[in-house]
Design a protein. Structure first.
Length: 209
């Protein structure tokens, strides 16, 4: 029996309330679930509109909380955060506002912290391998290639060199990364998941020997 044979809008409200009780949701996520449950569009729009009026749905607040949690919890950068929000149906304006609120200095500090945690585990490996692993890790989290190489270089310099010319090699890689930035750099209105993961990683890989 269709859920709406016995419930109408009340059934739709219950579906949304149950979903919201487990985790915050965007309007688009709730609408998708209502469609899956074969809720008529007019009923869905009425219920979702009422939820938005009373603050049970707030895509702007969802986006802000998502950025705060995912950046500080997993170290994700703006590119990946924007892609994740867009995948959840957050409107472009809300995405842009949320990721723009992330201070670039905080983002850089987070990238440095991520590399510092992984640096010791890479010791003993060839320098190109260390750079690839560390920069690739940052790329998968959404950091632009130039930022990734900058942070890796700083970490390796602080660690201390071994008398080799690795600094010159890394400088050359940073130049290549700057070129990669011009290819993958996109603003929050145009970011897609592929840019944040496979695409960016590929650009870093192409810059390494």
């Amino acid at each position: 029996m269709n859920v709406f044979d016995a419930g109408g809008e009340e059934a739709a409200r219950l579906i949304c309330l149950r979903l919201l009780a487990t985790a915050p949701r965007t309007r688009a996520q709730l609408a998708k679930e209502l469609r899956r449950r074969k809720v008529p569009q007019d009923v869905s729009e009425s219920v979702l509109g009422r939820f938005a009026e009373v603050g049970l749905i707030d895509d702007a607040a969802f986006a802000r909380a998502w950025v705060e949690s995912r950046h500080h919890g997993r170290g994700l950068a703006r590119r990946v955060l924007a892609a994740e929000l867009r995948q959840r149906g957050v409107p472009a304006e809300n995405v842009k506002d949320a990721v723009s609120a992330l201070d670039p200095h905080d983002e850089l500090a987070t990238a440095r912290g991520l590399v510092a945690k992984r640096l010791a585990a890479s010791r003993g490996k060839p320098m190109p391998v260390r750079v690839r692993q560390l920069a690739g890790m940052l790329a998968r989290k959404g950091y632009p290639p130039s930022v990734a190489f900058q942070v890796v270089r700083e970490a390796l310099e602080q660690e201390g060199g071994d008398g080799s010319d690795w600094r010159a090699d890394l400088a050359g890689l940073e130049d290549a990364a700057a070129d990669a930035d011009s290819v993958v750099a996109v603003d929050a209105d145009h970011t897609v998941a592929a840019d944040a993961d496979t695409g960016v990683t590929a650009d870093i890989d192409s810059a390494l020997p």
